[in-house]
Design a protein around this ligand. Structure first.
Ligand SMILES: Cc1cc2nc3c(=O)[nH]c(=O)nc-3n(C[C@H](O)[C@H](O)[C@H](O)COP(=O)(O)O)c2cc1C
Length: 243
């Protein structure tokens, strides 16, 4: 069994779609190939992989309540490709959006469902995930916390000879537990969809979100986006990104 994951975020690095593909990949058996869809030059490589695949998973951000325009352009070509090669793939989707409600991905799902009818492939459903930006931030915080945990233990080891301090470990585990909690909805639905992909079954449209109450999410999101706009789109993508 071969599954092709297509990450459709136009962002080069650290995008939420890649994070979600990485999680989904853990629960899918068989051969797995991940391809990026950012430019027209990516089409050939993706089509090559699709030729002998059983399933394809589009992992995409929601843009203006729909699919990003570069994904729509790809789907036009893909429709021709699927028909010409008479491919009968199972198509799944992982959509993520910035607002908290995962249900906002419903129009995007409908577009993909209609595409499947036109292209003659099998629509199998997908997961719509709200609070994608915040979920993506949880994995960045996890990486930072892990690095801090290692550095603190090294310093402690050099100073006191104890390379695994129980106090540092318990703080680390508490923080990781909290980050994991935020991701529980995503994990639950991606494990479930993984079993559907493995059995080549219809999954249906499911919606989830970052597990943070809206009254906490909204002020945090407001502060986050004010800071991001002050840094003209983010520290990494603004100041440090290659132009
Ligand atoms: C041009 C643009 C349009 C967007 N439109 C929406 C939208 O309509 N609704 C929403 O909830 N989020 C919207 N977002 C937020 C993205 O869906 C969100 O940042 C997502 O996590 C990006 O995923 P990625 O990191 O995989 O690219 C938009 C973002 C951009 C840049």
């Amino acid at each position: 069994m071969k599954t092709v994951f297509i990450t459709c975020s136009p962002k080069k690095n650290l995008n939420a779609s890649a994070y979600l593909v990485a999680i989904q990949g853990l629960f899918v058996k068989g051969r797995k190939v991940t391809k990026k869809l950012r430019h027209k030059s990516d089409y050939a490589g993706i089509f090559e992989e699709l030729k002998d695949a059983e399933s394809v998973v589009f992992c995409t951000p929601l843009y203006v309540d729909g699919l990003p325009s570069h994904v729509l352009a790809f789907l036009e070509e893909a429709e021709r490709f699927f028909k010409e090669n008479q491919l009968r793939l199972n198509l799944y989707c992982i959509a993520n959006n910035g607002f908290i409600e995962g249900k906002q991905n419903e129009p995007l799902m409908q577009v993909l469902e209609n595409f499947c009818v036109r292209a003659g492939v099998r629509w199998c459903g997908g997961v719509g995930i709200g609070g994608g930006v915040m979920l993506n931030v949880t994995r960045i915080i996890f990486m930072v916390q892990t690095a801090v945990f290692i550095v603190l233990n090294i310093i402690n080891g050099i100073k006191n000879g104890v390379f695994l301090d129980m106090g540092i470990l318990s703080v680390f585990l508490k923080n990781v537990g909290l980050l994991l909690f935020f991701n529980l909805g995503v994990l639950f639905f991606l494990i479930w969809m993984g079993t559907a992909i493995n059995k080549r079954m219809f999954f249906g449209k499911r919606y989830t979100r970052v597990l943070v109450p809206s009254f906490i999410f909204i002020p945090f999101a407001n502060v986050f986006f004010i800071l991001i706009s002050l840094f003209k789109g983010g520290l990494f993508r603004g100041w440090l990104a290659r132009k």
